[in-house]
Design a protein around this ligand. Structure first.
Ligand code: C2E
Ligand code: CA
Ligand code: CA
Length: 650
């Protein structure tokens, strides 16, 4: 039994191991470099030996056999040389090494027999040459065959076995001494060879492990751990790669960026774990609709889709709308059905975006439009958007150069109590008279100033001017002033506002600061804190454009509000639009329940006013009463204390 095991081990030891493909490939690669060198040394030393025997031995031995052996060796050299830059399959490497293993024995026997055949023809010198040739050549062959342990052993056994046996059998003391010497050298070399081979083997295995580990690290670094989609880092890398490909092949490339509408309220209402599960569901639906490699999670509730070689624009948008429609289907959760939608912005290379950054920025710009105008649908970045970006850049640069004290002013729009037509107060609205552009609407320049991070420099002169004008009014009149999120999400901005209010001499209790719902989505904690500070100062806080910002009720209750302002979009023709009518009705009920005042904006017609009156609304603002007025007409309007129908848009 032991004998059997030993035999099997010996057989394994002397054959090529097939179980590690990477080892096979590494051995093969080492051989392509070392084999030509081995044959070169073998052939030059053999021809040197043949030369020293040229006149002594018959030509078939000194020319015939070496020529034959040279021919065979050159064939092998040619084989190894030809495959030197080749990346072999494990299969191919195995068979090449197996062939080498087999040929090693044959070649060793052939060269050994040939050198023995020369021994009888010479004198002591030439015999020493044969001994030297056999001993030294085999050493170099063993070195070259180092990475194929079995072949090195076969060659050593055959050449040295025969050499030692032959030279000891001559009983010639010098040859016996050489034989002993060679035996010891070879034993030492074999043990070094075994160690080296083991090192080689473990080096290949550890490289294999570290390759696998770094591949795994790479995979994890590019994966979003929550949803399993590729992450933001992978997104930018792939976008760059796909863009390169599209450039090289002259093809188009579409990028879609997507945002889940109504995700924040889900998080607020049900908690983060439900929010997380919703994101996983969204990701699953998305990857079910697309090839996995093309969907990414950029962070939060933002996703992206890369579409190489997209269809024509119309089809592209309708595909994107189909994706949005699928994502809009209700999500079945243990907590109940959850409804959200997905807005998407798309930009296409090279149509209107040439670089990676431009593609991303423009898809994001289109997303912003989708969110505002086609919520739950897709918007393709178009030439009008590009024009708009250019105009915005122009407005921004003029705004930066403007003499704000001189060019900015405020106008005042009355807020009226419809029961007795008494003026409650006025809302201050910014106006910018640019020498280059003429009068610019705040709806245009305020968002640009917000994006450019310079709205604070506008707020300060505007608030100062509004308070200065209001200081002159009857003390019964209130002043409403619009603040931006940016005025409230830094302590510097807040302190600036407080400083202006306190130094104006205007009673803060007569001041209502208007903030839109979206202001709270920027930095809820910080904005809420700022608002609380302003409340403590005595200012009222109105939630502007109420109804458009998808606030959750829990959130609203947490805010220190004093007033709602129902957005104009629900007021226009509300008597003819049942949906608007219902919304205004429920918003009025909500404000009453919360004990808050409610101003209804944008009232333009008698019919609207009648409908509002029927719903119990009392405070209104709109062109029906007055457009925004210059400061010097405010006192006169308030003194008249009555309706002044006016339908001129200003
Ligand atoms: P807003 O706060 O909702 O202001 C009401 C807007 O509706 C004003 O536009 C007003 O002129 C307009 N409006 C009033 N009644 C009617 C009506 O019956 N029909 C129609 N169609 N429109 C009416 P305006 O003055 O162009 O201001 C636009 C927006 O710019 C404001 O919307 C506000 O969000 C922002 N804004 C204005 N002034 C300032 C300011 O000083 N600071 C900040 N941060 N934003 C401001
Ligand atoms: Ca307002
Ligand atoms: Ca408003």
């Amino acid at each position: 039994m032991n004998m059997q095991i030993a035999r099997r081990r010996f057989r394994d030891f002397m054959s090529v191991q097939r179980d590690n493909p990477e080892l096979l490939k590494a051995q093969y690669r080492a051989f392509t470099r070392q084999m030509p060198m081995m044959y070169f040394i073998l052939l030059t030393s053999s021809w040197a030996l043949a030369m020293t025997h040229m006149k002594l031995a018959p030509p078939w031995l000194t020319v015939g056999v070496p020529t034959l052996l040279t021919f065979g060796c050159l064939l092998r050299v040619f084989f190894w040389y030809r495959t030197r830059n080749f990346d072999p399959t494990p299969e191919l490497a195995y068979f090449a090494l197996l062939r080498t293993n087999r040929l090693a024995g044959g070649i060793a026997v052939a060269f050994t027999l040939w050198s023995f055949a020369l021994v009888p023809y010479g004198d002591a010198y030439t015999r020493s040459h044969v001994a030297f040739y056999m001993a030294i050549t085999v050493i170099s062959c063993i070195f070259c065959l180092m990475y194929l342990r079995s072949a090195a052993f076969i060659v050593t056994l055959i050449v040295n076995g025969a050499f030692i046996a032959f030279f000891i059998s001559t009983a010639q003391p010098t040859f016996v001494a050489i034989a002993v010497n060679v035996f010891l050298v070879c034993t030492g070399m074999m043990s070094i060879l075994l160690t080296n081979y083991r090192n080689f083997e473990s080096m290949v295995v550890s490289k294999q492990r570290s390759d696998a580990l770094s591949a795994e690290n790479f995979r994890l670094a590019n994966l979003d751990s929550l949803t399993g989609l590729a992450n933001r880092r992978a997104f930018f890398a792939q976008l760059e790669a796909e863009l390169e490909k599209a450039r090289a092949n002259g093809q188009r490339l579409a990028l879609g960026v997507m945002d889940i509408d109504g995700f924040k309220p889900v998080n607020d209402l049900y908690g983060h774990s439900v929010g997380d599960r919703l994101l996983v569901e969204v990701a699953n639906r998305l990857s079910g609709l697309l090839k996995a490699s093309t969907a990414f999670r950029l962070g939060g509730d933002e996703f992206a889709i890369i579409a190489p070689v997209p269809p024509e624009d119309d089809e592209l948008v309708s595909n994107a709308n189909a994706i949005s429609a699928q994502l809009k289907e209700a999500y079945q959760m243990p907590e109940g059905m959850i409804h959200v939608s997905a807005s998407m912005g798309i930009a296409v290379f090279p149509d209107l975006a040439l670089s990676r950054e431009q593609l991303f920025d423009r898809a994001d710009y289109a997303l912003y439009h989708a969110k505002n105008k086609r919520r739950g649908g897709a918007v393709l970045f178009n030439a009008d958007h590009a024009k708009q970006i250019n105009c915005d850049a122009k407005v921004e640069s003029l705004l930066k150069q403007a003499d704000l004290e001189k060019e900015l002013s405020v106008v005042f729009q009355p807020i009226v109590d419809i029961r007795d037509h008494a003026t409650i107060g006025f809302e201050a609205l910014a106006r910018w008279d640019s020498p280059a552009l003429g009068r610019v609407s705040p709806a245009r320049f305020i968002p640009i100033a917000e994006r450019a991070g310079m709205v604070g420099t506008l707020t300060r002169p505007l608030l100062r001017k509004a308070l200065n004008a209001a200081f002159e009014w009857d003390p019964s009149l209130r002043l409403a002033f619009n603040l931006s999120a940016h005025d409230l999400n830094s302590s510097e901005g807040l302190l600036g506002v407080i400083d202006i209010i306190l130094s104006s001499g205007f009673d803060p209790r007569r001041l209502d600061l208007e903030i839109t719902e979206t202001a709270f989505t920027h930095d809820f904690e910080q904005v809420t804190q700022s608002v609380e500070t302003l409340r403590r100062l005595g200012c009222g806080i109105s939630l502007d454009d109420f109804g458009t910002g998808y606030s959750s009720l829990t959130r609203l209750h947490a805010l220190p509000l004093t007033k709602f302002k129902i957005d104009r979009s629900f007021v226009t023709n509300l008597h003819q639009r049942p949906a608007s009518y219902k919304i205004v009705k429920s918003l009025l009920t909500l404000s009453a329940d919360m004990g808050l005042d409610c101003v209804i904006e944008g009232v333009e017609t008698e019919d609207e006013l009648t409908a509002i009156g029927a719903l119990g609304g009392t405070s209104v603002q709109g062109y029906l009463f007055s457009p925004p007025l210059p400061a010097d007409q405010v006192v006169e309007f308030a003194a008249r204390n009555g309706r002044r129908p006016c339908k001129i848009a200003v």
